[in-house]
Ligand binder design. Structure first.
Ligand SMILES: [Ca+2]
Length: 342
């Protein structure tokens, strides 16, 4: 792809993000384990002209600890108007980023004016029920879908005509480490029955970013070096670098990624950021090649094309550029610049 075409895509991203009305948005996240949720949340908060964030639900394992990380992030952005919903605690898990937020309790958050719903699934149900023809919602799903799976069993199917789902999940033809075999992707594998419910639901739109594209989502030099330059003067850059460094030092450095990474030279794999980026630019896919595929979730946790049983999903299967890193660099610049200039 020629440089001029890339500039055109970049120009379209910019125009899109200036003139689009903010869209009602719900985020379902397992922030705290992998680092990409934190980058996705920061990107969403840095772009209030795109995302009108109405609710953040924390799902799977120690959801209260996840809620604290969200609370500290919202406090730094002074966004106490965004409620935090605590999903079901499903056990203990390594929460590599938690140390960054441990000094900011949910009680403190509420004393500062924040809102916390202890029954997170009920809060998610109530928010989704507000969707109607005049209030279209985007649901950004970057967690195993335990909470959403439960809520979908109580939601009127009619309501789903007004909710678009943008999810990071699955692996169609390529797997972790760019393997030529698909993987049992984490967000599916943690709760397979919930994933089956989500994939079997008729959404207004279902945009999926699987491993096939998300494995290339690392932001590194030179856009990372530019980002680092703002550390001393920008609290949002500080938020990212500080929390990323805590996560990295607590074991995040051992995460799988195609390129080596550290807080000095770039990010781990930003799988979830691609789901938020897709939501931001809907109905355009810009840098991505989208295919409509009939997908099912198998009993053992694979996402498979099945022309008889599968429901149609709009899958980001590849990037427009022959080198995927040309596209992910462009996305990285867009995401990191929006954090710097928010
Ligand atoms: Ca996640």
């Amino acid at each position: 792809m020629k440089i001029s075409t890339l500039f055109l895509i970049w120009f379209m991203i910019s125009i899109n993000q200036i003139y689009t009305k903010p869209i009602l948005t719900i985020l379902d996240t397992d922030i705290g384990s992998d680092y990409d949720d934190q980058m996705a949340l920061t990107y969403i908060l840095a772009n209030p002209s795109i995302f009108d964030l109405k609710l953040i639900i924390c799902s799977t394992y120690n959801t209260t600890a996840r809620g604290q990380i969200v609370a500290k992030t919202l406090a730094i952005f002074d966004r106490f108007n965004v409620p935090i919903a605590i999903g079901q605690n499903t056990g203990t898990d390594n929460m590599l980023e938690y140390e960054w937020a441990q000094n900011y309790t949910l009680n403190q958050f509420q004393n500062d004016g924040g809102i916390v719903y202890e029954n997170g699934e009920e809060a998610l149900l109530k928010e989704m029920e507000k969707a109607n023809v005049d209030n279209i919602y985007n649901l950004i799903e970057i967690s195993p879908t335990t909470s959403l799976g439960h809520v979908l069993q109580h939601l009127q199917p009619e309501t789903l005509k007004y909710i678009r789902l943008f999810a990071m999940a699955g692996s169609i033809y390529r797997g972790y480490k760019n393997s030529s075999q698909p993987s049992k992707e984490y967000n599916i594998f943690v709760d397979i029955p919930a994933a089956q419910i989500v994939f079997n639901t008729s959404w207004a739109y279902f945009g999926l970013v699987p491993l096939d594209t998300t494995i290339f989502m690392q932001f590194y030099n030179p856009e990372w070096q530019t980002f680092l330059l703002f550390y001393n003067q920008n609290k949002y850059v500080q938020l990212v670098i500080d929390s990323y460094t805590v996560w990295y030092n607590n074991g995040g450095n051992r995460s799988a990624a195609l390129k080596p990474f550290s807080p000095e030279n770039g990010t781990s794999t930003m799988y979830d950021v691609l789901a938020a980026f897709l939501a931001a630019n809907y109905p355009r896919a810009l840098t991505m090649v989208v295919q409509e595929l009939p997908l099912i979730v198998t009993q053992d946790g694979f996402t498979k094309v099945d022309s008889i049983l599968g429901k149609q999903v709009n899958v980001s299967m590849a990037f427009l550029t022959s080198d995927p890193y040309t596209s992910t660099e462009l996305i990285g610049i867009t995401v990191l610049d929006s954090i710097i200039y928010s």
